[in-house]
Design a protein around this ligand. Structure first.
Ligand code: UDP
Length: 482
């Protein structure tokens, strides 16, 4: 009877399954959320993080993944064969293919897993970019919460795309149409241009990615189910107010990495799928405060050789100090560039005078937090943007795909935290913008960035908006699980 009682008590504890899209940026932010739930739930919630076999192997290889199960009460990993080829991780242009493939191959495997897993799952937190997670969960009768790893701006644009299309504001007719303002996204009428829409809008309105995204956004936008966004209220206030009118159960718990660090009281474990090279931190130790421009285009961006060379010439031509981290395999030849030779420094890496090129993977949070770093040339991925904001580092934005086009507009035009270089890749522009950010307008940008970093930190401290939202989310999970 005693054993049955213990069993009953155990099964009364909510069991949350967290399931991300299997790419770095999504794994990072959803893993931080999973850790936050375990930590703040204080043993009152079980959290299982679902990883593909392939990504889990990498996580174990390059980070101390297992420490989490020891550090957090009730936290564990579950791994499964997601039915995709082992090397699917990913090139930007392939993300839409990945979504399609997962829908057909991962959906059935996920369903099997979800009915078998013990103790039974009482609530699923699914990546909102994978519509099948909610389909399957609801089919089995398990309540669902969506987590969007993208920026709120981008979420809101996708939410309104059907109206934008209906009003005839899309398609975009050629290059000369790029500056036209889009008027049908409430709250963005004054700054959203065609140029700031994602790639699938630029290509035309019949791109299958667009149809998928629009569908997933509307489906994931039922007011009945909670939505989690990785942001904080002071950063996205006006858009969040509008989102909450439609979706009152919107929990902003970010910046997730800072939130976790603040609750832990120490740096959180890495979630890198590549080996982090600490050598760049040693190099930074020897540089003057605020002097280094950090250059990194994230985990998915692919660059053409001719583009890489424009950046190289612009960066060296600016005479500024810089640290450029190039992900191995991220440079492709592409048309126009087949006969372009890459400078050896960019193939092998180099460290001389005021510059360092590392072909590898950086411990980015630590790099951005280093006092030598004074600027960030970024592809404007949402995680990178939040990490830069927390560190108080202004940005030059060179967006590549998905939410990055609007993030860069938001950073430059709304937040005034940097410059937007989108659609241009020219050594003179690179040099000019680097000097503008690092020299001419340095103080102006720094002041803004320091102020926003302060607000980010306050939001995750006890009593801050993200702190409170996490508590409310946990209450909601308990309610949904009962
Ligand atoms: N990142 C890193 N080291 C690198 C490059 C990227 O740790 O050398 C991390 C970065 O800190 C961020 C994530 O990878 O957390 C990239 O996510 P983001 O949303 O910025 O862009 P994506 O890679 O999804 O395009």
């Amino acid at each position: 009877a005693e054993a049955a009682k213990i069993d009953q008590q155990a099964s009364a504890i909510p069991h949350v399954l967290v399931f991300p899209l299997p790419v770095q940026g999504h794994i990072t932010s959803m893993l931080k959320l999973a850790e936050l739930l375990s930590l703040a739930g204080g043993g009152g919630i079980r959290v299982t993080f679902l990883n593909s076999d392939y990504n889990h192997k990498r996580l174990l290889q390059f980070s101390d993944a297992e420490s989490r199960s020891q550090n957090y009460p009730g936290f564990r990993f579950e791994t499964f064969d997601d039915g995709l080829p082992m090397d699917q991780l990913t090139k930007g242009e392939k993300v839409s293919e990945l979504l399609g493939e997962m829908d057909s191959k991962t959906r059935p495997v996920f369903k099997n897993l979800l009915v078998q897993i013990q103790p039974p799952v009482t609530c699923v937190i699914g990546d909102g970019s994978l519509g099948f997670i909610s389909d399957v969960s609801l089919e089995i009768g398990i309540p669902i919460i969506r987590f969007r790893t993208i920026s709120p701006c981008f979420f809101w644009i996708n939410f309104w795309l059907p109206e934008v299309i209906q009003a005839g504001e899309l398609p975009i007719i050629g290059e000369e149409d790029m500056e036209r303002l889009i008027t049908k996204v409430p709250g963005m009428e004054s700054f959203l241009r065609c140029r700031d829409l994602p790639g699938y809008c630029r290509a035309g309105t019949d791109d299958p990615t667009m149809i998928q995204v629009v569908k997933a956004t509307r489906e994931s936008s039922s007011p009945a189910y909670p939505l989690i966004l990785n942001t904080f209220d002071d950063l996205d206030g006006p858009i969040l107010a509008r989102i909450r009118q439609r979706l009152p159960k919107t929990y902003t718990i970010g910046p997730a990495h800072e939130h976790l660090q603040s609750r832990l009281g120490t740096a959180s474990s890495s979630s890198s799928l590549w080996k982090e090279e600490a050598s760049c931190l040693t190099w930074l130790d020897a540089q003057p405060p605020g002097s280094v421009l950090y250059v990194n285009f994230g985990s998915i961006t692919m660059m053409r050789r001719d583009q890489v060379i424009e950046f190289w010439e612009g960066l060296t031509g600016s005479k500024n100090r810089f640290l450029w981290v190039i992900r191995p395999g991220s440079v492709c030849s592409g048309e126009m560039a087949d006969d372009v030779q890459m400078p050896e420094e960019l193939v092998e890496g180099v460290e001389k005078g005021n510059l360092k090129v590392l072909v590898g993977w950086a411990p980015q949070e630590a790099v951005l937090g280093h006092e030598a770093v004074g600027g960030f040339l970024t592809h404007s991925g949402w995680n990178s943007t939040l990490e830069s904001i927390v560190a108080g580092v202004p940005m030059i934005c060179w967006p590549f795909f998905a939410d990055q086009q609007v993030n860069s507009r938001f950073v430059s035009e709304v937040l005034k935290l940097g410059l937007d270089m989108k659609d241009v890749c020219d050594r003179r522009v690179v040099a000019r913008m680097v000097n503008e950010l690092m020299v001419e307008r340095k103080e102006e940008f720094r002041r803004k960035a320091v102020e926003m970093a302060r607000m980010a930190k306050e939001s995750v401290e006890e009593g801050g908006s993200s702190y409170r939202n996490l508590e409310l989310l946990i209450e909601d999970i308990k309610l949904m699980s009962s």
